[in-house]
Design a protein around this ligand. Structure first.
Ligand code: SAM
Length: 298
């Protein structure tokens, strides 16, 4: 195995003087084992693929626990990497499907997931058909941060996925969990509320990863209420536009997408909101009311 594909700078955490480390008896997620695996397979983590591997057993147990991994539960993992979280989830009896883009990891996962029954699908998570998953699927993953937003929106739209327990940048976790009027409130917060609820599970320090990322991370759990009909895409686009300049007035934002001033004023008044209410202060129900008044949705 070579690492010709790797264009990243050498990682100081993986300096060759540190290697190899005899680590056979250490747990798979230990820094020594992770370094050993990478060296053995001639790999270096690739920054452009968001490869920050978990090296903290408490954190990966906490993710599996919070994510509802258990006997017979169908679990989808995006980016198994070296397989440490995958093994933890599979050990709890879940039926795991893992999607991995980096083909260099084939021999690693063949080794670390041997005998676990995990199905690995090689390819890009952005191309995967999430509608093909079994009903009741739970996502449990340390997500590649560069595609967090788009993946979360794919999970929300897949009716068979009931929850997503994911490691994301702390700032994204704050945005997901924010309520109207709070600093971090915006489109992502509204989108999550449209589909269900968000729970902050725990923060995760940079030192829990190898290599350490630039930012603090958090584990969040999103529960999707599948008794609700899937939202009309026109409503989702409307909410996106309404919160585009979230500190500006709702009126301004709606003018920018071409609604008539008089119709906007009537819709805002009809929702019992102040004429100059700021977009970020409007509750989701009220925003939906305004969308209905404007004829965006029925
Ligand atoms: N689960 C491992 C862990 O916690 O140690 C690795 C997590 S690492 C943050 C992200 C993983 O996602 C890497 O294995 C990376 O190769 C994979 N990945 C990145 N982009 C991907 C994509 N578009 N589709 C599927 N996997 C991807």
């Amino acid at each position: 195995m070579n690492n010709d594909l790797n264009t990243d700078l050498p990682n100081p955490d993986l300096a060759s003087s540190d290697l190899p480390v005899p680590a056979a008896s250490a747990p798979l997620y230990s820094p020594a084992r992770v370094r050993e695996l990478l060296t053995l397979h001639g790999l270096r983590p690739t920054k452009s693929l968001g490869q920050n591997f978990l090296i903290d057993g408490n954190i990966l147990r906490a993710i599996a626990e919070a994510g509802g991994a258990g006997p017979g539960v169908p679990v989808l993992e995006i980016g198994p990497g070296l397989g440490v979280l995958t093994r933890e989830v599979a050990a709890r009896g879940s039926v795991v499907t893992a999607l991995e883009k980096d083909e260099r990891l084939r021999p690693v996962l063949a080794d670390t997931l041997a005998g676990t029954g995990v199905t690995v699908i090689w390819g890009d998570a952005l191309d995967f058909d999430y509608a093909s998953l079994p009903a009741g699927t739970r996502v449990i993953a340390n997500l590649p941060y560069y595609i967090t937003g788009i993946l979360l929106s794919r999970f929300m739209q897949a009716a068979h996925i009931v929850s997503a327990t994911v490691l994301v940048q702390k700032e994204v976790a704050q945005r997901l969990a924010a309520k109207p009027g709070q600093d971090a409130y915006g489109f992502l917060s509204a989108l999550a509320a449209l589909y269900g609820t968000v729970k902050h599970v725990r923060d995760v320090p940079k030192g829990a990863f190898l290599p350490a990322p630039d930012v603090t991370s958090s584990v969040v759990r999103l529960d999707f209420d599948r008794t609700r009909p899937l939202p009309d895409p026109a409503l989702v686009s409307f909410i996106d536009a309404a919160l585009h300049h979230r500190r500006k007035t709702l009126r301004n934002n709606l003018r920018l997408i071409g609604h008539e001033a008089a119709a906007i004023d009537a819709a805002i008044a009809g929702a019992n909101l102040r004429a100059d209410v700021r977009a970020e202060d409007v509750a989701l129900d009220d925003l939906q009311g305004v969308a209905r008044s404007l004829g965006v949705v029925r």
